[in-house]
Design a protein around this ligand. Structure first.
Ligand SMILES: [Fe+2]
Length: 435
């Protein structure tokens, strides 16, 4: 384990302490506090009928703490209830893979408690949540498909969490508009492609796009909101602004299609702040003064969520990590240690598969470990690229170059770009409301 990385990532930073922010909610001053969660990927425990090879196989190809997902969500809910914000945004991927039982579990076990506390919740679907052929239960060595949700079922299940009290609904997607406070409107955008999922081929589409009709809906809703003098914020599952150089080349399915064009659309329609998720990183990116506030996943290191205050002219963003869960972890590790170790142990084996099979295993594994370090730093946000990291990339690239110049080039640039954090800061940040 690389001690320097471990130290600066794991060390509890002052802005990751248990939320003590007193909620400031006042219609008179226009001050409002809210929480943002994303990619909570709750897996209903009933789906794991019997632990065994089938579930182990799923985890080997995944980066999520699925078994711990209910316990992680439990702590997040308890902490947010204590902070008592005015509302909560959840930017999609509410469930492991869109299982109907997981959606009901999310509502009945968690969201209902916000409702009872008078805290409004607004959700949108992520790529995993609707019409998903990967909705299965695990029974020892075998998996069996279980019911998933249609778009209508999704809207019905979350009627109390955005869909029932919306002031406008898009006709061609699960996008909607809600009045959050006397002065703020939310445009919740569904850019997922669940219509394209294929049961025969067992494919669930990861990418996202905004349909032309939905763009017209957003334009009209933004115009009306601004005409009435409201501040507008948006949320969507996929990234709007590229969060690191080459993200659109290396992992285009994590950004909305034609993202550069869409950023211009958002700017033109004066929607300057959008909350997103999907890539599981804590990252804030800006382009043309449009801010994409991406929130990491509760089931991926560092298991974060955000608490935000909106004042008259700015938004004050704080980030928090889930530090404790009610779940026994091996070797008495804390959830932060466990989540960190899980990624650093599991990711290299996944990354190795991206290199050509013809390259020597030791060479591929060395490079995969270096990419994992960069990826873990990217997940945590506020990356701090040291001389030591630079040296490790150089050494692994040199070894790769013996066998493949092209792979060495891609590897070294990708690692460098994952490490290179663009402004503004990711975890603690002030964003102005500009026109
Ligand atoms: Fe996603």
């Amino acid at each position: 384990m690389k001690k320097t990385i471990f130290n600066w990532i794991i060390c509890p930073l002052f802005f990751f302490s248990t939320p003590l922010l007193a909620a400031v909610n006042s219609d008179e001053t226009g001050e409002t506090s809210f929480a943002v969660l994303s990619d909570i990927h709750v897996m209903c425990p009933a789906l794991l009928i019997k632990d065994g090879a089938a579930f182990e196989h799923y985890l080997v190809n995944d980066r999520k703490l699925l078994k711990e997902s209910p316990a992680l969500m439990e702590t997040a809910v308890e902490e947010i209830l204590k902070a008592h914000p005015r509302f909560v945004l959840i930017c999609g991927d509410l469930t492991k893979d869109g299982e109907a039982v997981s959606h009901h579990y999310v509502v009945d076990k968690y969201l209902v408690r916000f409702k009872q506390a008078g805290i409004k919740v607004y959700v949108i679907p992520g790529n995993h949540d609707v019409n998903n052929p990967h909705a299965v239960c695990f029974d020892g060595d075998s998996v069996k498909r279980v019911p998933t949700f249609t778009p209508d079922e999704f809207a019905r299940c979350y009627a109390d969490y955005g869909y029932g009290n919306a002031i406008a609904h898009d006709k061609v997607s699960l996008s909607y508009v809600s009045q959050l406070t006397d002065s703020i409107r939310l445009i919740a955008i569904d850019d997922c492609r669940y219509e394209d999922n294929d049961y025969k081929k067992d494919v669930c589409v990861t990418g996202g796009r905004i349909k032309p009709e939905t763009l017209a809906f957003i334009k009209e809703q933004a115009r009306e909101a601004h005409e009435k003098g409201y501040k507008v914020i948006a949320m969507m599952h996929h990234g709007l602004v590229s969060h690191w150089k080459w993200q659109d080349k290396a992992m285009p399915e994590y950004l909305v299609d034609h993202w550069k064009k869409q950023v211009k659309f958002f700017k033109k329609n004066n929607i300057r702040i959008i909350f997103t998720g999907h890539f599981h990183s804590q990252d804030i990116a800006e382009r043309h003064r449009v801010y994409d506030v991406e929130t990491g996943s509760t089931v991926t290191y560092p298991c974060p969520y955000r608490l935000i205050t909106i004042g008259k002219n700015q938004m004050n963003i704080h980030s928090h990590r889930i530090e404790h869960i009610d779940c026994k972890l091996p070797d008495n590790e804390s959830i932060q240690q466990f989540a960190f170790r899980f990624l650093r142990n599991e990711m290299p084996a996944m990354i190795v598969k991206m290199f050509p099979a013809s390259l020597p295993d030791s060479c591929k594994m060395g490079a995969a470990k270096v990419v994992t370090d960069a990826y873990v730093a990217n997940l945590a946000g506020d990356e701090h690229y040291t001389q030591q990291d630079k040296k490790e990339i150089k050494t692994a690239a040199k070894r790769l170059r013996h066998y493949s110049w092209k792979n060495a080039y891609i590897f070294s640039h990708l690692s460098k770009y994952l490490w290179n954090d663009q402004r503004p800061q990711d975890n603690k940040c002030i964003i102005p409301f500009v026109k």
